[in-house]
Design a protein. Structure first.
Length: 393
């Protein structure tokens, strides 16, 4: 069944030991014993999707292979006991970022030493840049403020975007919850039958958030790299509002992660007949799924090496989608504790049940793996970055 099996990153769990600044101090004689890591679930190969048009019940991630790192659990518990952790979400309620963060907030308290209260707080604006700036600059630096913001903000930093007050290379990344390429879909009654028609000159009107979001940057690069005649209507503050705009015929379509599309927009494709069709998916290969029959992968349409580089660069952040981070100043042992807690949440049965209930999917990646992907994006070649700057204005 499509989307049911989840890819679990085990690289991060091993890499944490290498990136830790220094060994944690040995626990005091009265320290509570460290919580055991969840039992590792064996990795499963991707199953061939069934012929049904949509997954009935997507699965959450399997258990991480090992504990993310050592820390003084008693010291961490003493700090967090009686406190509240806020997950600061850079988007409006109802979208993928908001939904996953609220499920995490329900389960996280039982895995953070000291069992603090955890709440989700929406702070939408500037494609989640307001939230990223706040967590980096003005929110408490003690581990009680966790940012949930768009992964494409890392690419914006590589491009020198104005308004950035954060440094993605200095954020302490806890985890990411999705690894999924972006896809673009259109209403059937908009009269667009294929991306080839848009590349040939037929105008396609797409709803978008601000620069630095998947919904803005993907169609912008499709326009610049492939010559697609896409008109962007920007200013929405979340995919939930963009989906409504599509349904209300304010715009023709939307580009966002394939994972979110096949869950939050599944009603479009499950109708008989479907009210929407997918036009294109990012990456070099089209996934095997009933909704993607005949849908081209963006990189296969590139006419030049430069065009392909541009498409690769804008898609790279999708490998660390739905990331979570804390400020650079948060003490390392609290970062280690939060990383371990996120790994345990990803393996938790209550979390998995909530994710399935919401018909979402999770592909967990540990903090060090997110850091490696952030570095990859920040190391985008200057020539490619210069071209993207022009396209993403």
């Amino acid at each position: 069944m499509p989307g049911r099996n989840v890819v679990l990153s085990v690289l991060g769990a091993v890499a944490v030991l290498a990136v830790a600044c220094a060994p944690a101090a040995p626990p005091s004689p009265t320290a509570a014993p460290a919580k055991p890591a969840p039992t590792a679930a064996p990795a499963k190969q991707e199953a061939k999707p069934a012929a049904t048009p949509a997954p009935a019940k997507p699965a959450a991630t399997a258990a991480p292979a090992a504990k993310p790192g050592a820390f003084d659990e008693k010291a961490v518990a003493d700090f967090y006991k009686g406190k509240t952790i806020r997950i600061i979400i850079g988007f409006a309620p109802g979208g993928g970022f908001d939904t996953i963060s609220r499920v995490i907030a329900k389960v996280l308290p039982k895995y953070v030493p000291g069992n603090p209260n955890v709440i989700a707080e929406n702070r939408e604006g500037a494609g989640s840049m307001l939230a990223a700036n706040a967590v980096f600059k003005s929110e408490p630096k003690d581990g009680t403020a966790i940012g949930s913001f768009n992964e494409n903000l890392v690419l914006l930093q590589a491009l020198g975007q104005q308004g950035i007050e954060y440094d993605a290379s200095k954020f302490q990344w806890l985890a990411s919850m999705v690894n999924s390429p972006s896809a673009c879909a259109t209403r059937v009654d908009a009269g667009i039958n294929s991306i080839d028609e848009v590349i040939a000159g037929k105008q396609w009107i797409v709803g978008a958030e601000a620069p630095g979001t998947t919904t803005h940057d993907v169609p912008s690069v499709l326009k610049g790299a492939l010559g697609a005649n896409i008109k962007l209507v920007a200013g929405y503050t979340g995919t939930s509002k963009q989906r409504l705009a599509v349904e209300n015929k304010e715009v023709d379509g939307i580009c966002f992660t394939w994972e979110s599309m096949r869950t939050t927009a599944r009603a479009w494709f499950e109708q008989s007949p479907p009210s929407a069709r997918v036009l294109i998916i990012m990456g070099g290969k089209t996934p095997d799924h009933p909704w993607l029959k005949g849908v081209p992968a963006a990189e296969t349409l590139a006419k030049t090496p430069e065009a392909r580089q541009l498409l690769v660069a804008v898609n790279a952040p999708s490998e660390m989608s739905k990331p979570y981070a804390v400020a650079p100043e948060v003490p390392k042992e609290r970062v280690q504790a939060l990383r371990q807690a996120f790994a345990q949440v990803a393996a938790d049965k209550d979390f998995q049940a909530e994710i399935e209930k919401a018909k979402l999917e999770v592909t967990y990646s540990a903090g060090p793996e997110v850091e490696a992907r952030v570095k990859q994006v920040l190391d985008t070649p200057p020539a490619v970055a210069d071209k993207l700057k022009t396209m993403l204005k």
